[in-house]
Design a protein around this ligand. Structure first.
Ligand code: NI
Length: 225
């Protein structure tokens, strides 16, 4: 499933985040890519391990974890640490696949869902689209700053070369409690149906109760917690 969530960061949080980024230390992004992806990656990454960077990391993570659509669409079991990348003219991250298993021993995760939270407005840079090769269609995405794209980690994807300006983005990975993407999609459809019906039916209606029961029982069948 490919999903764009609008305004995951409100404008104040976005401004605060961008201001905070100006004060951080940046390093060559190639150091965090694995294998052949390393050569394709031409960007810089913010130090989010200490001081202001760590604070920013935790604040962004709290927003992502609390987002109701992230919860409903991804059913997160674990999040990776976040990376913030800066891609300038002639930078990019050529077509690659993400590592299936990530993180240090003791906090490993399986990457099921990749996400990009855009921190620059589309008119601040040329090129730099997130391009995802999905069955039957190549999607090229360049949403507004504050928007977030969720896409399958199993896909081949790239950050197209930036030809002018600066592209800032926060990326990360989610291991889902529901490993099978088609099962996740079915649960997401039912959650969306539920949200539609809540406005139209009394809370104790037989229809809503049956839907609640079905969502819960599917989770019992499919979720690994
Ligand atoms: Ni990637």
């Amino acid at each position: 499933m490919l999903l764009t969530l609008a305004e995951v960061l409100d404008s104040q949080t976005l401004t605060d985040t961008r201001n905070s980024l100006k004060t951080l230390t940046w390093r060559d992004g190639g150091t965090t890519a694995g294998g052949r992806a390393k050569k394709a990656k031409k960007n810089e990454q913010a130090d989010l391990r200490s001081g202001k960077g760590a604070k920013l990391h935790d604040a962004l993570m709290a927003i992502l974890k609390a987002h109701p659509v992230v919860q409903a669409a991804a059913r997160p079991k674990r999040f990776s640490r976040l990376l913030i990348s800066k891609t300038e003219t002639a930078g990019g991250y050529g077509f690659h696949t993400d590592n299936a298993i990530m993180g240090p021993a003791g906090s490993r995760l399986r990457s099921d869902i990749s996400f990009t939270l855009f921190l620059s407005q589309p008119d601040e840079y040329e090129g730099g689209e997130l391009t995802i090769d999905l069955p039957g269609a190549v999607q090229s995405l360049k949403p507004a700053a504050g928007d977030m794209v969720l896409y399958p980690s199993s896909s081949i994807h790239q950050v197209a070369p930036v030809t002018s300006g600066t592209r800032l983005a926060c990326v990360g990975w989610i291991e889902s409690m529901v490993r099978d993407p088609s099962q996740r999609e079915l649960l997401f459809d039912l959650e969306n149906l539920r949200a539609e019906l809540v406005g139209k039916l009394p809370g104790q209606s037989a229809e809503l109760l049956t839907l609640d029961k079905s969502i819960s029982n599917l989770l019992r069948m499919w979720a690994e917690v």
